[in-house]
Design a protein around this ligand. Structure first.
Ligand SMILES: [Zn+2]
Length: 376
Protein backbone atom coordinates (compact mmCIF):
# COMPACT_ATOMS: atom_id res chain seq x y z
CA UNK A 1 0.00 0.00 0.00
CA UNK A 2 2.73 2.39 1.07
CA UNK A 3 4.82 1.56 -1.97
CA UNK A 4 1.86 2.06 -4.31
CA UNK A 5 1.27 5.57 -2.95
CA UNK A 6 4.93 6.46 -3.34
CA UNK A 7 5.21 5.16 -6.88
CA UNK A 8 1.99 6.92 -7.88
CA UNK A 9 3.45 10.13 -6.56
CA UNK A 10 6.75 9.58 -8.35
CA UNK A 11 4.82 8.89 -11.56
CA UNK A 12 2.86 12.11 -11.10
CA UNK A 13 6.07 14.04 -10.49
CA UNK A 14 7.77 12.61 -13.56
CA UNK A 15 4.65 13.14 -15.66
CA UNK A 16 4.16 16.69 -14.44
CA UNK A 17 7.72 17.87 -14.86
CA UNK A 18 8.07 15.78 -17.99
CA UNK A 19 5.18 17.49 -19.76
CA UNK A 20 6.33 20.80 -18.33
CA UNK A 21 9.69 20.32 -19.97
CA UNK A 22 8.31 19.04 -23.25
CA UNK A 23 5.63 21.68 -23.63
CA UNK A 24 8.19 24.47 -23.49
CA UNK A 25 9.70 23.63 -26.85
CA UNK A 26 6.77 24.51 -29.05
CA UNK A 27 4.20 26.42 -27.00
CA UNK A 28 3.71 30.09 -26.24
CA UNK A 29 4.19 31.35 -22.71
CA UNK A 30 0.40 31.73 -22.52
CA UNK A 31 -0.17 28.03 -23.30
CA UNK A 32 2.62 27.03 -20.93
CA UNK A 33 0.87 29.04 -18.25
CA UNK A 34 -2.40 27.22 -18.93
CA UNK A 35 -0.58 23.87 -18.65
CA UNK A 36 1.15 24.88 -15.43
CA UNK A 37 -2.11 26.17 -13.96
CA UNK A 38 -3.81 22.90 -14.90
CA UNK A 39 -1.08 20.88 -13.22
CA UNK A 40 -1.12 23.20 -10.24
CA UNK A 41 -4.84 22.58 -9.88
CA UNK A 42 -4.25 18.78 -10.08
CA UNK A 43 -1.58 18.98 -7.38
CA UNK A 44 -3.85 21.12 -5.21
CA UNK A 45 -6.69 18.62 -5.41
CA UNK A 46 -4.31 15.72 -4.72
CA UNK A 47 -2.93 17.64 -1.77
CA UNK A 48 -6.44 18.30 -0.50
CA UNK A 49 -7.20 14.55 -0.59
CA UNK A 50 -3.81 13.82 0.99
CA UNK A 51 -4.45 16.25 3.84
CA UNK A 52 -7.90 14.76 4.37
CA UNK A 53 -6.34 11.28 4.59
CA UNK A 54 -3.64 12.54 6.95
CA UNK A 55 -6.30 14.06 9.21
CA UNK A 56 -8.39 10.91 9.30
CA UNK A 57 -5.27 8.83 10.05
CA UNK A 58 -4.41 11.20 12.88
CA UNK A 59 -7.89 10.70 14.28
CA UNK A 60 -7.51 6.94 13.93
CA UNK A 61 -4.18 7.05 15.79
CA UNK A 62 -5.79 9.12 18.56
CA UNK A 63 -8.72 6.73 18.83
CA UNK A 64 -6.35 3.73 19.03
CA UNK A 65 -4.33 5.61 21.64
CA UNK A 66 -7.49 6.01 23.73
CA UNK A 67 -8.38 2.33 23.30
CA UNK A 68 -4.85 1.33 24.37
CA UNK A 69 -5.14 3.56 27.44
CA UNK A 70 -8.48 2.07 28.50
CA UNK A 71 -7.13 -1.43 27.81
CA UNK A 72 -4.15 -0.65 30.07
CA UNK A 73 -6.55 0.64 32.74
CA UNK A 74 -8.49 -2.64 32.45
CA UNK A 75 -5.25 -4.63 32.77
CA UNK A 76 -4.29 -2.59 35.84
CA UNK A 77 -7.73 -3.11 37.40
CA UNK A 78 -7.54 -6.88 36.73
CA UNK A 79 -4.04 -6.89 38.23
CA UNK A 80 -5.45 -5.20 41.35
CA UNK A 81 -8.27 -7.76 41.58
CA UNK A 82 -5.82 -10.62 41.15
CA UNK A 83 -3.63 -9.25 43.98
CA UNK A 84 -6.68 -8.82 46.25
CA UNK A 85 -7.90 -12.33 45.45
CA UNK A 86 -4.41 -13.71 46.08
CA UNK A 87 -4.46 -12.01 49.49
CA UNK A 88 -7.82 -13.65 50.31
CA UNK A 89 -6.50 -17.03 49.17
CA UNK A 90 -3.43 -16.62 51.40
CA UNK A 91 -5.68 -15.70 54.32
CA UNK A 92 -7.95 -18.71 53.68
CA UNK A 93 -4.93 -21.01 53.50
CA UNK A 94 -3.61 -19.66 56.83
CA UNK A 95 -7.04 -20.09 58.41
CA UNK A 96 -7.28 -23.64 57.09
CA UNK A 97 -3.83 -24.34 58.46
CA UNK A 98 -4.90 -22.99 61.85
CA UNK A 99 -8.11 -25.05 61.81
CA UNK A 100 -6.21 -28.18 60.84
CA UNK A 101 -3.89 -27.69 63.83
CA UNK A 102 -6.91 -27.18 66.15
CA UNK A 103 -8.54 -30.24 64.68
CA UNK A 104 -5.41 -32.27 65.27
CA UNK A 105 -5.36 -31.20 68.92
CA UNK A 106 -9.04 -31.87 69.20
CA UNK A 107 -8.63 -35.23 67.54
CA UNK A 108 -5.90 -36.14 70.04
CA UNK A 109 -8.20 -35.14 72.91
CA UNK A 110 -11.00 -37.15 71.44
CA UNK A 111 -8.83 -40.19 70.91
CA UNK A 112 -7.46 -40.05 74.43
CA UNK A 113 -11.03 -39.69 75.75
CA UNK A 114 -12.05 -42.62 73.57
CA UNK A 115 -9.11 -44.62 74.80
CA UNK A 116 -10.08 -43.82 78.38
CA UNK A 117 -13.65 -44.89 77.76
CA UNK A 118 -13.36 -47.89 75.46
CA UNK A 119 -9.86 -49.03 74.58
CA UNK A 120 -8.83 -49.20 78.24
CA UNK A 121 -12.47 -49.69 79.08
CA UNK A 122 -12.04 -51.94 82.17
CA UNK A 123 -9.12 -49.93 83.58
CA UNK A 124 -11.00 -46.69 83.07
CA UNK A 125 -14.16 -48.24 84.39
CA UNK A 126 -12.21 -49.57 87.35
CA UNK A 127 -10.66 -46.13 87.99
CA UNK A 128 -14.05 -44.56 87.94
CA UNK A 129 -15.52 -47.41 89.97
CA UNK A 130 -12.75 -47.34 92.54
CA UNK A 131 -12.87 -43.55 92.73
CA UNK A 132 -16.62 -43.62 93.32
CA UNK A 133 -18.13 -43.77 96.76
CA UNK A 134 -21.44 -45.19 95.72
CA UNK A 135 -23.33 -46.56 92.76
CA UNK A 136 -24.97 -43.15 92.34
CA UNK A 137 -21.54 -41.53 92.39
CA UNK A 138 -20.27 -44.07 89.87
CA UNK A 139 -23.19 -43.37 87.51
CA UNK A 140 -22.64 -39.64 87.90
CA UNK A 141 -18.94 -40.00 87.10
CA UNK A 142 -19.61 -42.22 84.08
CA UNK A 143 -22.17 -39.68 82.85
CA UNK A 144 -19.62 -36.86 83.29
CA UNK A 145 -17.02 -38.72 81.15
CA UNK A 146 -19.68 -39.36 78.53
CA UNK A 147 -20.62 -35.65 78.47
CA UNK A 148 -16.97 -34.51 78.14
CA UNK A 149 -16.61 -36.92 75.22
CA UNK A 150 -19.82 -35.60 73.62
CA UNK A 151 -18.62 -32.02 74.05
CA UNK A 152 -15.22 -32.88 72.50
CA UNK A 153 -16.99 -34.62 69.63
CA UNK A 154 -19.28 -31.64 69.06
CA UNK A 155 -16.34 -29.25 69.04
CA UNK A 156 -14.57 -31.51 66.56
CA UNK A 157 -17.67 -31.48 64.33
CA UNK A 158 -17.82 -27.68 64.51
CA UNK A 159 -14.16 -27.43 63.55
CA UNK A 160 -14.77 -29.83 60.65
CA UNK A 161 -17.75 -27.79 59.50
CA UNK A 162 -15.76 -24.56 59.61
CA UNK A 163 -12.91 -26.25 57.79
CA UNK A 164 -15.28 -27.41 55.05
CA UNK A 165 -16.73 -23.90 54.69
CA UNK A 166 -13.36 -22.20 54.36
CA UNK A 167 -12.10 -24.92 52.04
CA UNK A 168 -15.11 -24.28 49.76
CA UNK A 169 -14.36 -20.54 49.89
CA UNK A 170 -10.74 -21.22 49.00
CA UNK A 171 -11.85 -23.31 45.99
CA UNK A 172 -14.14 -20.47 44.84
CA UNK A 173 -11.29 -17.98 45.25
CA UNK A 174 -8.97 -20.18 43.21
CA UNK A 175 -11.57 -20.41 40.42
CA UNK A 176 -12.03 -16.62 40.51
CA UNK A 177 -8.27 -16.15 40.47
CA UNK A 178 -7.94 -18.37 37.38
CA UNK A 179 -10.72 -16.38 35.65
CA UNK A 180 -9.05 -13.07 36.50
CA UNK A 181 -5.66 -14.27 35.23
CA UNK A 182 -7.28 -15.45 31.98
CA UNK A 183 -9.12 -12.13 31.58
CA UNK A 184 -5.92 -10.19 32.17
CA UNK A 185 -4.09 -12.30 29.62
CA UNK A 186 -6.88 -11.73 27.09
CA UNK A 187 -6.83 -7.98 27.75
CA UNK A 188 -3.05 -7.92 27.32
CA UNK A 189 -3.42 -9.64 23.95
CA UNK A 190 -6.07 -7.11 22.96
CA UNK A 191 -3.76 -4.28 23.95
CA UNK A 192 -0.92 -5.80 21.97
CA UNK A 193 -3.15 -6.01 18.86
CA UNK A 194 -4.21 -2.38 19.36
CA UNK A 195 -0.59 -1.32 19.72
CA UNK A 196 0.27 -3.15 16.51
CA UNK A 197 -2.64 -1.44 14.71
CA UNK A 198 -1.50 1.91 16.03
CA UNK A 199 2.03 1.32 14.86
CA UNK A 200 0.76 0.36 11.38
CA UNK A 201 -1.48 3.42 11.15
CA UNK A 202 1.35 5.63 12.39
CA UNK A 203 3.64 4.28 9.65
CA UNK A 204 0.92 4.85 7.08
CA UNK A 205 0.39 8.39 8.33
CA UNK A 206 4.11 9.11 8.16
CA UNK A 207 4.08 7.97 4.52
CA UNK A 208 1.02 10.11 3.70
CA UNK A 209 2.60 13.10 5.47
CA UNK A 210 5.78 12.65 3.46
CA UNK A 211 3.72 12.36 0.24
CA UNK A 212 1.89 15.53 1.22
CA UNK A 213 5.18 17.29 1.81
CA UNK A 214 6.31 16.28 -1.68
CA UNK A 215 3.00 17.55 -3.07
CA UNK A 216 3.46 20.84 -1.24
CA UNK A 217 6.92 21.18 -2.77
CA UNK A 218 5.40 20.46 -6.18
CA UNK A 219 2.72 23.05 -5.52
CA UNK A 220 5.38 25.61 -4.68
CA UNK A 221 7.36 24.69 -7.80
CA UNK A 222 4.29 25.03 -10.02
CA UNK A 223 3.33 28.31 -8.35
CA UNK A 224 6.83 29.69 -8.88
CA UNK A 225 6.74 28.52 -12.50
CA UNK A 226 3.29 30.07 -13.02
CA UNK A 227 4.52 33.35 -11.53
CA UNK A 228 7.61 33.28 -13.69
CA UNK A 229 5.45 32.72 -16.80
CA UNK A 230 3.01 35.47 -15.79
CA UNK A 231 5.92 37.87 -15.32
CA UNK A 232 7.34 36.81 -18.68
CA UNK A 233 3.97 37.39 -20.38
CA UNK A 234 3.43 40.72 -18.61
CA UNK A 235 6.95 41.82 -19.48
CA UNK A 236 6.50 40.91 -23.14
CA UNK A 237 3.16 42.73 -23.27
CA UNK A 238 4.12 45.85 -21.36
CA UNK A 239 7.19 46.36 -23.51
CA UNK A 240 5.38 45.40 -26.70
CA UNK A 241 4.00 48.56 -28.19
CA UNK A 242 2.29 46.81 -31.06
CA UNK A 243 -1.25 45.46 -31.06
CA UNK A 244 -1.29 41.75 -30.68
CA UNK A 245 -3.08 41.57 -34.02
CA UNK A 246 -5.87 39.64 -35.66
CA UNK A 247 -9.54 40.55 -35.72
CA UNK A 248 -11.32 40.76 -32.41
CA UNK A 249 -13.63 37.98 -31.26
CA UNK A 250 -17.31 38.78 -30.67
CA UNK A 251 -17.45 39.47 -26.91
CA UNK A 252 -20.92 37.99 -26.30
CA UNK A 253 -20.98 34.67 -28.18
CA UNK A 254 -24.45 33.64 -29.27
CA UNK A 255 -25.94 37.14 -29.01
CA UNK A 256 -25.94 39.27 -32.19
CA UNK A 257 -28.53 41.99 -31.50
CA UNK A 258 -27.06 45.49 -31.10
CA UNK A 259 -29.46 47.51 -28.96
CA UNK A 260 -27.55 50.81 -29.17
CA UNK A 261 -24.71 51.69 -31.59
CA UNK A 262 -21.59 53.78 -30.99
CA UNK A 263 -21.99 57.55 -31.48
CA UNK A 264 -23.88 60.59 -30.22
CA UNK A 265 -27.31 59.90 -28.77
CA UNK A 266 -29.66 61.10 -26.05
CA UNK A 267 -28.44 59.29 -22.95
CA UNK A 268 -31.21 56.93 -21.74
CA UNK A 269 -30.76 57.91 -18.07
CA UNK A 270 -29.10 61.36 -18.14
CA UNK A 271 -31.47 62.54 -21.00
CA UNK A 272 -28.75 64.70 -22.61
CA UNK A 273 -27.00 64.36 -25.96
CA UNK A 274 -23.84 62.48 -25.22
CA UNK A 275 -21.29 60.28 -27.00
CA UNK A 276 -22.16 56.62 -26.58
CA UNK A 277 -18.62 55.35 -26.16
CA UNK A 278 -19.24 51.73 -27.16
CA UNK A 279 -21.84 49.38 -28.57
CA UNK A 280 -24.61 47.82 -26.50
CA UNK A 281 -25.14 44.15 -27.25
CA UNK A 282 -28.49 42.74 -26.05
CA UNK A 283 -26.96 39.96 -23.95
CA UNK A 284 -29.44 38.54 -21.43
CA UNK A 285 -28.27 38.18 -17.83
CA UNK A 286 -25.98 35.18 -17.45
CA UNK A 287 -24.38 35.36 -20.90
CA UNK A 288 -20.67 34.49 -20.84
CA UNK A 289 -18.60 37.49 -21.89
CA UNK A 290 -15.25 36.72 -23.51
CA UNK A 291 -12.02 38.61 -24.19
CA UNK A 292 -12.05 40.09 -27.73
CA UNK A 293 -8.35 39.39 -27.97
CA UNK A 294 -5.40 38.24 -25.91
CA UNK A 295 -3.93 40.66 -23.40
CA UNK A 296 -3.64 41.67 -19.80
CA UNK A 297 -6.54 42.69 -17.57
CA UNK A 298 -5.67 46.22 -16.43
CA UNK A 299 -8.84 46.70 -14.43
CA UNK A 300 -11.40 44.26 -13.10
CA UNK A 301 -13.75 45.77 -10.57
CA UNK A 302 -16.53 48.21 -9.78
CA UNK A 303 -17.27 51.54 -11.47
CA UNK A 304 -20.39 53.59 -10.68
CA UNK A 305 -21.22 54.06 -14.36
CA UNK A 306 -19.91 50.81 -15.84
CA UNK A 307 -20.89 48.58 -12.92
CA UNK A 308 -18.77 45.42 -12.75
CA UNK A 309 -16.29 46.05 -15.51
CA UNK A 310 -13.23 44.53 -17.14
CA UNK A 311 -10.58 46.41 -19.14
CA UNK A 312 -8.06 44.51 -21.22
CA UNK A 313 -4.85 45.93 -22.68
CA UNK A 314 -4.06 44.23 -25.99
CA UNK A 315 -0.80 46.09 -26.64
CA UNK A 316 -0.13 48.92 -29.08
CA UNK A 317 -2.43 51.24 -27.13
CA UNK A 318 -5.51 49.10 -27.84
CA UNK A 319 -7.81 48.55 -24.86
CA UNK A 320 -11.25 46.90 -24.74
CA UNK A 321 -13.85 47.36 -22.00
CA UNK A 322 -16.79 45.17 -20.92
CA UNK A 323 -19.40 46.81 -18.68
CA UNK A 324 -22.58 46.16 -16.59
CA UNK A 325 -21.64 42.55 -15.74
CA UNK A 326 -23.27 40.61 -12.91
CA UNK A 327 -19.95 38.99 -12.03
CA UNK A 328 -16.31 38.92 -13.10
CA UNK A 329 -14.17 35.89 -13.92
CA UNK A 330 -10.77 37.60 -13.96
CA UNK A 331 -8.87 40.03 -11.80
CA UNK A 332 -6.46 42.87 -12.47
CA UNK A 333 -3.22 41.40 -13.82
CA UNK A 334 -4.84 38.26 -15.26
CA UNK A 335 -3.37 37.37 -18.62
CA UNK A 336 -6.17 36.32 -20.97
CA UNK A 337 -6.39 34.68 -24.36
CA UNK A 338 -8.74 35.56 -27.22
CA UNK A 339 -12.17 34.11 -26.42
CA UNK A 340 -11.43 33.44 -22.75
CA UNK A 341 -14.40 34.01 -20.40
CA UNK A 342 -13.88 37.23 -18.43
CA UNK A 343 -17.35 38.00 -17.03
CA UNK A 344 -21.04 37.06 -16.82
CA UNK A 345 -23.36 39.70 -18.19
CA UNK A 346 -25.92 41.57 -16.14
CA UNK A 347 -27.26 45.08 -15.56
CA UNK A 348 -25.00 46.67 -12.96
CA UNK A 349 -23.99 50.37 -12.83
CA UNK A 350 -25.87 52.94 -14.96
CA UNK A 351 -27.95 50.50 -16.97
CA UNK A 352 -31.62 50.26 -17.90
CA UNK A 353 -31.60 46.50 -18.48
CA UNK A 354 -29.30 43.54 -19.03
CA UNK A 355 -26.79 44.13 -21.86
CA UNK A 356 -23.09 44.24 -22.58
CA UNK A 357 -21.58 47.67 -23.16
CA UNK A 358 -18.46 46.98 -25.20
CA UNK A 359 -15.79 49.60 -25.91
CA UNK A 360 -12.64 49.75 -27.99
CA UNK A 361 -10.16 52.48 -27.12
CA UNK A 362 -7.11 53.40 -29.18
CA UNK A 363 -4.52 55.40 -27.24
CA UNK A 364 -7.32 56.47 -24.90
CA UNK A 365 -9.71 57.53 -27.66
CA UNK A 366 -13.09 55.85 -28.09
CA UNK A 367 -13.57 54.22 -31.48
CA UNK A 368 -16.59 52.48 -32.98
CA UNK A 369 -15.98 48.78 -32.33
CA UNK A 370 -17.97 48.01 -35.50
CA UNK A 371 -15.62 50.06 -37.69
CA UNK A 372 -13.39 47.17 -38.61
CA UNK A 373 -12.24 46.17 -35.14
CA UNK A 374 -14.80 43.51 -34.71
CA UNK A 375 -17.01 41.53 -37.06
CA UNK A 376 -20.76 41.46 -36.34
ZN1 LIG B 1 -23.57 51.40 -23.77
Amino acid sequence: MRKIISWTLVAVLIFSFGTLGLSYADNTAQNQLSDVNGQLSDVKSQLKEGKKLENSLNKEIQSLENKIKSSQAEIDALGGNIAATQQKITEALAELDELEKDMEVQNTNLNSRLRTMYKNGSAGFMDVLLGSNSITDLMTNLDRVQRIYDSDKQLMEQLQEEHNLIDAQKKNLLTLQAQLVAAKEEEAQKKEALTEDQSEVTDKKAQVASDNKALEEMEQAFLAEANRLKAEILASQSTGTTYQGGSMAWPAPGVTRITSPFGYRIHPILKVKKLHTGVDIGAPSGTTIVAANGGTVIKAGWNNSYGNMVMIDHGGGIVTLYAHNSSLKVSTGTVVTRGQAVAISGSTGQSTGPHLHFEVRVNGNYVDPMSGWIAN
